[in-house]
Design a binder for this molecule. Structure first.
Ligand SMILES: [Fe+2]
Length: 201
């Protein structure tokens, strides 16, 4: 039988000191994509792992790569994206361009921000201009009907979490600073690992 997970998000079991090392590394990775990150506010920016030079990631983000390798999930990596906001969050959406689970890591000014989950109906699909040349962005995937959406959970974006990004969610931001959250995305083949480490429920 196919394994399933019922949770939407779980606090990641990562040592705080270790996670602190990730922030500057991932920030430098974002700057390696663009030095002008402000231009991506309210849009996702990232690259498929296949498009990154893995040597660059290993050089810029050694602690992150060491962790992913030590957890034996490196083969499941799909892409790394950065959710960038300034003064506003995102609409309710799901990330409709593929896989399933994201390891979200706060990078910059994630205090006073949340990721909020909803029970919501999705609107007919529409696409927007991609936010980076090499990222197959289709905006935020699918948009939900905000009027009828009901909040079902929220997580503190200052702490690394695993998230199911196929469920309706949004970023909520209550300040005007540039805010960067990194999401390390994995193929759904990671599900056995997640169940073993975080449980099904
Ligand atoms: Fe998202």
């Amino acid at each position: 039988m196919e394994q399933t997970i019922s949770w939407l998000f779980k606090k990641a079991k990562i040592n705080e000191n270790e996670a602190a090392l990730w922030k500057p590394e991932l920030y430098n990775l974002a700057l390696n994509i663009s030095e002008n990150l402000e231009q991506f506010a309210t849009k996702p920016v990232g690259k498929l792992i296949a498009e990154y030079n893995l040597e660059i990631i290993e050089r810029i983000c050694p602690s992150v790569v060491n962790y992913i390798k030590s957890e034996q999930i490196y083969d499941h990596l799909y892409y790394i994206c950065f959710i960038i906001n300034q003064g506003t969050g995102t609409p309710i959406h799901n990330d409709g361009f593929g896989p399933i689970y994201g390891l979200n890591v706060p990078i910059l000014n994630c205090e006073n921000t949340s990721t909020v989950y909803y029970k919501a109906k999705f609107l007919p699909r529409r696409t927007v201009e991609g936010s980076s040349e090499s990222f197959p962005a289709v905006g935020y995937g699918f948009w939900a009907d905000e009027e009828s959406a009901v909040e079902v959970g929220r997580l503190d974006a200052t702490v690394p979490h695993w998230l199911d990004v196929t469920a309706p969610h949004k970023a909520e931001v209550f300040h005007d600073f540039l805010r960067i959250n990194c999401s390390i995305r994995f193929h759904d083949t990671i599900i056995d690992y997640l169940i073993k480490k975080y449980g099904k429920d």
